[in-house]
Every structure is written in C-alpha cells, then in structure tokens.
Design a protein around this ligand. Structure first.
Ligand SMILES: Cc1cc2nc3c(=O)[nH]c(=O)nc-3n(C[C@H](O)[C@H](O)[C@H](O)COP(=O)(O)OP(=O)(O)OC[C@H]3O[C@@H](n4cnc5c(N)ncnc54)[C@H](O)[C@@H]3O)c2cc1C
Ligand code: SF4
Length: 569
C-alpha cells in the first residue's frame, strides 16, 4: 500500500457511475448545495468530437462496418462505428463469466453518461399494478412504494428530461407530462389500422426527446440519429442534460477514468469512502465521503458491494440478508419481421423522424383472466425508408437471391416494405437468475468479476409465444407475410441480458431480511449508503426501466438531502 493516495478532501456525497441514476443524483444533490464527487470508470465525454450525428456511411472507412465487415458480422463494435458507445458486449480487460447451463449477455458503457448516451429513450411509467404485482397474482413480491409515491417524481422527471406522448387514459400506460408527439409515418398508419381492427391500442410513442424548446435545449430536428448521440441534446442523456450543466454550476468534481474497487467502512458499519483505480496512472487511490451513492448499473453495484468484505460485513457491504446479487431480471424479448406489399411503390419521402418509432402499443390484456401466462408486454415497431448502410437489401437477397440489375430492381421495389415488431415483456423474478463473484477470475485491475446465472421460466416462454401469435396476426391483417418465423430453441425468446434492461440484484423492501434497501433506496444495514440504479428494482414490468430509474433516483436524492440536513445521515 506504499503507493496508496488519499484525496485530502472529504466530500458530502460520492456518487459512483454517471448513467441515469448517477446523473440524476449529482444534479439534484449539487443543486441543493451538497458538494459531490462523481467517480466514473469511463472517460469524459465531448459530444462534438464523439457523436457521429449526421455523418454519411461513405464518409468513413468500410462504411462503418469496420475492417472485414466485423461489425456487420456481430464481431466488431456493437451497432458498428456509428454507435456512440465506449463500451459494448465485451470490454477489453474486463471479462465476466456465465455459469454452466446459463446464457447471459452484459452490455456495459464506459463513458460519462453511461448507456444514456445512446439508449432507445423509450420512456414509460410503471402502472399502479406494476408496483403491487404480488397482490395481483401471487407471484414475485410487492414494491415498498406505490404508484402514488412515485407519480410526483415521474412528473418531475418527465418535465425536466422531456418525454413525448399523448393523454390516453389507459391503465397499463399511465399518462404523464408530455411534449407534443411527432405524427405517424405511412407504415405506422397501416400498422395502426391493423391494430384498430384487432382491438390493440396503437398510440403516440413516449420517448425522452423534446419537440419544443426546454431549458435551453433545442427541439428535435428529426434527423433520426439518436443512437449516435444528439449534438443538440434534444434527446436526453444524463451527460449532456444533467452532469455537464451541473459541472458548470459548481459543487461537482468528476473523477473520470476511475474504476471503483471497494467500498470502505468503519467499525460501526458506516461508509467512510471508496477505494478506486486511477486507470491512467494505474494507481490505487482513496476518496472520503459522508454519504455514498452507488449508481454503477444494476450488476456493477452488486459487484462492488460483494467485493467489499470486512469483519463487519463478511459477505459484502449491506449483504446481511444474503440477497445482494439475487433476483436478476431482464425484459422478455421476441421480434418478428413482416413484408407488406401494400407499401410497394409509395413515393419516396424522409421517414427518419425522431430516431425511433412514432407509435407503439401498450399492453392491452391486463384484465384478461384467460391468458396462460402472468403479466404482459408492450410492442415496439420499426419500418420505413431508413438510411441505407452496409448490409442494406439483405432481406431482399434472403428472399430472392440473384445478382446484378434484376436484384437492384428488386431491392428498390422492396425498400420500405418491411415492418418490424419487438415485444418487451415482464419477467417474474426467480431464484435461478442471479450474479455472484467468480472466485477464479479477476479483471485487468485485479478486481474479481461477476459470474451470471440466468433462467427463463415457463411464464416467459408462454409470453413469447403470445407475442409471436400477435405479431403474425398484425402482419396478416396488414395483408403482409411473416418473414422470419422463429426456429425452435433458437430465436424463440431473447437471451438473458440481450434486451439490456438488466435490473434487480439489490432489491428494495420493507424487511431487512427480505431486501437490501428501504423504500428510499437506502441500505437497511448502512444508513449512509444508497443504491439508485436499476439494482433497486423489485420487479421488472414490461416498461423499459430508465424513466423509473430517473424518478427513483430523484426521490432518493430529495430524501437523502433532507436526512443530511436533519443530521440523521
Ligand atoms: C442500445 C440500448 C438501448 C436501450 N434502450 C432503452 C430504452 O429505450 N428505454 C429504456 O428505458 N432503457 C433502455 N436501455 C437501458 C438503459 O440504457 C439503462 O436502463 C440505463 O442507462 C441504466 O442506467 P444506470 O444509471 O443504471 O447505468 P448505466 O447507464 O449503465 O451507467 C453506469 C455507469 O457506471 C459506470 N461504472 C460501472 N462500474 C463502475 C465502477 N466500478 N466505478 C466507476 N464507474 C463505474 C459505467 O462506466 C457507466 O458509465 C437501453 C440500453 C442500450 C445499451
Ligand atoms: S432525431 Fe432528434 S433527438 Fe434524435 S439525434 Fe436527431 S435531433 Fe437529436
């Protein structure tokens, strides 16, 4: 430990991780006058040099598919050169392992703002019944909070971030405070018509993109490049909308390229600071704080807790219940492509829009007692005249084969005639899905890594079959044909982690024996420790998780600041 360096300053709050949870925390806490340090494993972000918005495929080598088409074949940077990630499915020097008999994929971003720099920005409130699932069907457990507790924080988050939508009065998709939504595209009108006939609601999408000016941010200019990062910050990212503005206002110090290794505690069990690796100097350093807020993403936060052992916490900090790492959940995913002849020969027009679908279908069968699976799913859609990139026309080649002029004509004819449906469904937490420390493997910093175990149950498989049936019916109602029927045991359901909605593992609850955190994201056993990423989730309703992470983190920050003011923390 001769090289160990200690920051002389003691911060009011140290926050680890700068994604949705961490970004919200530092903004709210610094606005309340608390002096915060943000430890982020990735580098600082300069949107102007990092983001690839508006670049054409022909402007870059290999049209963005990397040498030998690596990205095209799933071996290069995830989503190719144009994605804004500094991270991906695999990180050099930072492995994870998967237990025998399991399949799991873990997408990590290492950059200021984490995965909010390039996420899909689908932003749905949980419904009242999503917080009390056990009361509905006796499966899983209830959250220690209700919709009424969280609703004011959904209001705050939507008003601050900016989320499009329309007031619909659908119980499964509570209305919020919305920015005006963009109008539907042609293929979406056809999908809506088919859904109307089938009794499936098809409504304006709810995305964290602004369509009117908000807090100095310009509205979306419909370039369709959100997954590359948005230079005008019209699409929400915690880096541009929360952290960089907070940095300008003061009270915030950012330690980028610093990987937290261990949470330090004293004999009374309170957190005193964090030990981290400065990745540039490869030195171990320590920082002190009054309160620690963990927001390193669901599984990374578990990893830190489990790796922080002491005589007081022999199984890891705040893990007296033995539940840290348990009840890992992802979203149930199933997708289908259809070909719709009615879309052939439409005049070409720009369907880019705001970087995602302008419509979606919320869950509509929540009162149907005849379903053979519990809970439900929503449907995300795709289609239109997307910007041709490497691999463009592949679906037509799959369908017809051929080459030369004939193939070119066929590709032109079929351009814009494909529609896509992706189901996003609720997983019931189970005992066989969890993460733990792998006793054999460490990363390049010598930090023990996670080993994942994951299992879908019959509930999720049956739900995926229902998605398959529904998507086929919609495509047929459009007069189209299903293009990629799933092969048994293959793409019948997503691989765990593949939908990138991994949550749970540090769950909230009323009882310290049955949960790690209380209803305000505070560790039952360690009053000056909070976990505000998706780790705190008790269930994983079909709604994508990030808006709820924002809302819960904001609520936890308000509570924490008040407890500090009262001298309770
Ligand atoms: C392509 C894609 C599409 C998605 N689409 C949607 C969507 O449409 N809607 C939705 O709700 N969600 C979506 N998600 C999921 C969404 O991105 C995550 O739910 C959300 O960003 C999680 O926020 P977080 O704060 O938990 O963590 P993250 O955003 O993962 O941020 C965690 C940060 O912590 C840092 N970190 C980790 N470990 C350490 C450590 N030891 N020390 C220091 N720093 C550390 C990481 O570098 C990272 O920057 C999508 C994700 C991806 C990748
Ligand atoms: S579509 Fe809108 S929100 Fe998305 S990158 Fe373009 S301007 Fe930004």
């Amino acid at each position: 430990m001769a090289n160990l360096q200690r920051e002389p300053k003691k911060y009011d709050v140290v926050v680890i991780g700068s994604g949705a949870g961490g970004g919200t925390s530092v903004r709210v806490l610094t606005e309340k006058g608390l002096e915060c340090a943000l430890i982020e494993a990735g580098p600082m972000l300069d949107p102007y040099s990092e983001f690839k918005e508006h670049q054409w495929p022909y402007q870059v080598d290999h049209r963005g598919a990397e040498q030998g088409g690596k990205a095209y074949f799933g071996k290069g940077k995830p989503f190719g050169y144009f994605s804004t990630t500094s991270g991906g499915w695999q990180l050099d020097g930072e492995p994870y392992t998967v237990g025998e008999g399991s399949q799991f994929q873990w997408f990590r971003s290492r950059i200021l703002g984490g995965r909010t720099n390039h996420y899909g920005r689908m932003s749905f409130r949980f419904s009242d019944y999503d917080f009390k699932p056990y009361d509905k069907d006796g499966l899983g457990v209830n959250w220690p909070v209700s919709y009424d507790d969280i609703s004011p924080y959904y209001d705050k988050a939507e008003s601050f971030i900016g989320v499009t939508g329309s007031v619909e009065g659908i119980r499964s998709a509570p209305d919020g405070i919305f920015q005006p939504p963009p109008p539907p595209k042609a293929h979406e009108l056809l999908i809506k018509q088919a859904c109307d006939g089938l009794g499936i609601p098809c409504i304006p999408n709810r995305r964290a993109v602004i369509t009117t000016p908000l807090n100095g941010r310009a509205p979306c200019h419909y370039c369709g490049h959100c997954n590359r990062g948005c230079l005008t910050a019209s699409a929400y990212s915690s880096s541009q909308v929360e952290i960089l503005p907070a940095l300008e206002k003061g009270n915030l110090t950012i330690f980028s390229n610093c990987m937290a290794r261990e949470i330090l505690t004293d004999d009374s069990g309170k957190v005193t600071g964090v030990s981290y690796i400065d990745k540039e100097s490869r030195q171990e350093k320590q920082i002190r704080c009054r309160v620690l807020v963990l927001a390193a993403s669901a599984c990374e936060s578990s990893r830190l807790l489990l790796n922080s052992k002491s005589p007081r916490f022999p199984d890891g900090v705040a893990n007296g219940s033995g539940l840290v790492g348990r009840f890992l959940m992802d979203t149930v995913g199933f997708s289908m492509r259809g070909y719709v002849p009615a879309l052939e020969g439409l005049p070409r027009y720009n369907t880019d829009g705001f970087g995602g679908a302008h419509l979606y279908m919320p869950w509509w069968l929540f009162d149907d007692a005849k379903l053979d699976f519990p809970r439900g799913y929503h449907i995300e859609i795709g289609g239109g005249y997307g910007l041709p990139g490497v691999g463009f026309g592949g679906s037509t080649i799959e369908r017809h084969g051929g080459f030369g002029q004939g193939l070119k004509e066929q590709i032109r004819k079929e351009y814009g005639c494909f529609v896509y449906f992706a189901g996003r469904g609720e997983m019931i937490p189970n005992n066989l899905s969890y993460c733990e420390i792998d006793p054999q493997v460490v990363d390049q910093w010598g930090i023990p890594v996670l080993r994942f175990h994951f299992k879908w149950s019959d509930y999720e498989w049956k739900q995926a079959r229902h998605m398959e049936k529904t998507f086929s019916e919609i495509i047929e109602a459009m007069g189209g044909t299903v293009q990629n029927p799933p092969r048994p045991g293959d793409r019948g359901i997503s691989v765990g982690g593949e939908i990138i909605h991994e949550v749970g593992t540090v769950r909230m609850g009323d009882s310290p024996k049955a949960s790690v955190l209380n209803a305000f994201n505070q560790a039952h056993e360690v009053p000056n420790l909070f976990v505000v990423d998706g780790g705190c989730f008790v269930g994983n309703p079909d709604k994508n998780p990030t808006l709820t992470i924002n809302a819960l983190a904001w609520r936890a920050a308000d509570y924490l600041a008040e407890e500090m003011r009262k001298g309770n923390v």
